[in-house]
Design a protein around this ligand. Structure first.
Ligand SMILES: [Zn+2]
Ligand SMILES: [Zn+2]
Length: 317
C-alpha cells in the first residue's frame, strides 16, 4: 500500500508545499485513488510518477477550496490527455453542484469519458476492488470527513514452500487443493487443510480531512496501521490565536494517537508558518507530537512516498 503526498499545506500553497492531495496505490493494482484535490493537483501529478490515465476514483473530504479547487482542471486535462477511462468522484453534499456548475453543461460527450459523482453521507460504506471504505464524520467549520480504509483479508492461500519441499511444483493440482480437493502424489494422499496458510489480514488506514477533534474517530483508531491526519498548529501557536479555528494541534494529535495505539502517524496539512526559512521549523511539529506519542511519526512533505508493509512497517521510498 503506497501513499504519495501531492500537497501538504494548510489553506494556501507555499513555495515548498501545495494544498491537499494524496495518492493511494494498492499492491498489484493497475489503478490508483486520489484523496482531496486542491488547486494545482494536476501540476503536482506531472512531477510525480502517478499518471492521470490510471486514476479511477477521487474522494473529497470536505468543501473547503484547498481540498477540491483542483477538480475542474484535472477533469479537463484528463480529456486532453485522451485518458478516457471512467472516473468516479465521491464527495460531500455540494460536490455535484460545484462540478456541474464549473464544467458548464457537463456531459459524457463533452468530457469524452464517463464521470460518476456520488454524494456520500457519514457512515456510508463503499466497496472497491481491494478494499472497503467507510465515511466517518469529523469536527470542522463545515461538514468534514475521514475515510476508514480496510484492505480485504486474503484467504485461501496455499503454502507453496511446503508443497515444493514435497517436490510438487505449481500445476493444476494447486488449483484442486485451493478448491478443497485432496490430491495423490507418488501414491500419497495430500489433504488441502495441511497446506493452507492463515488468512492474511488486510491493512487498516484512516485518511482524515480537516478536524479539530481527532478523538471523534474513537475505536476506529484502535491499533490501526496508519493514521493520516491534519496537524495545522503547534499548541503554543494555537493558544495565542485571537480567533480559534477548527484544526488539530500537534499535542492533541499525539495524545489521541498514543491513547489508541496507532502504529504509524503521518501528519499533513502543515501551516505555512512552519518552514525551514521561518522562525519555527517543521521539526517542531514532530517534536511536539513525540512528547505525547511513542509510535512512528512522519511529517509529510510534497512528493514524499511511503510504503506501508503488511506487517505495519512504513518505508519511505
Ligand atoms: Zn484545509
Ligand atoms: Zn477545511
Amino acid at each position: 500500500m503506497q501513499f504519495t503526498f501531492l500537497g501538504t499545506s494548510a489553506g494556501k500553497p507555499t513555495r515548498e508545499r501545495n494544498v491537499s492531495a494524496l495518492g493511494l496505490e494498492l499492491d498489484q493494482d493497475t489503478q490508483w485513488y486520489l484523496f482531496d484535490c486542491g488547486e494545482g493537483t494536476q501540476h503536482q501529478l506531472l512531477r510525480s510518477r502517478l499518471s492521470i490515465g490510471k486514476l479511477s476514483t477521487i474522494f473529497i473530504t470536505h468543501m473547503h477550496g484547498d481540498h477540491y479547487y483542483g477538480l475542474p482542471g484535472l477533469l479537463s486535462s484528463k480529456k486532453l490527455d485522451k485518458a478516457l477511462n471512467p472516473l468516479a468522484i465521491y464527495g460531500p453534499k455540494g460536490i455535484r453542484k460545484f462540478i456541474e456548475c464549473v464544467m458548464n453543461d457537463i456531459s459524457y460527450e463533452k468530457l469524452g469519458y464517463q464521470l460518476t459523482i456520488i454524494e456520500y453521507s457519514p457512515q456510508e460504506e463503499y466497496h472497491f476492488d481491494k478494499f472497503s471504505l467507510k465515511v466517518l464524520p469529523l469536527v470542522h467549520s463545515v461538514e468534514s470527513h475521514a475515510f476508514y480504509i480496510k484492505e480485504y483479508d486474503t484467504a485461501n492461500r496455499l503454502d507453496e514452500e511446503k508443497l515444493k519441499a514435497l517436490g510438487l511444483e505449481p500445476s493444476p493440482l494447486y488449483g484442486a487443493l485451493k478448491r478443497g480437493k485432496s490430491i495423490v502424489v507418488d501414491g500419497k494422499e495430500i489433504h488441502p487443510e495441511s497446506f493452507m496458510l492463515e488468512p492474511r489480514i488486510g491493512r487498516r488506514v484512516i485518511i482524515a480531512g480537516d478536524n479539530d477533534t481527532p478523538e471523534i474517530l474513537g475505536s476506529y483508531l484502535d491499533g490501526i496501521d496508519l493514521l493520516v491526519h491534519e496537524c495545522t498548529y503547534l499548541q503554543k501557536t494555537y493558544d495565542t490565536l485571537p480567533v480559534k479555528v477548527q484544526h488539530t494541534t500537534a499535542r492533541d494529535l499525539g495524545i489521541c494517537a498514543e491513547k489508541h495505539h496507532v502504529r504509524n502517524l503521518i501528519a499533513t496539512h502543515i501551516n505555512p508558518r512552519y518552514n525551514a526559512n521561518g522562525k519555527i521549523g517543521i521539526e517542531a511539529v514532530s517534536e511536539e507530537i513525540a512528547q505525547h506519542y511513542n509510535g512512528n511519526i512522519f511529517i509529510a512533505n510534497d512528493f514524499d512516498c511511503y510504503y506501508l508493509s503488511r506487517d505495519s512497517i512504513i518505508i519511505q521510498l
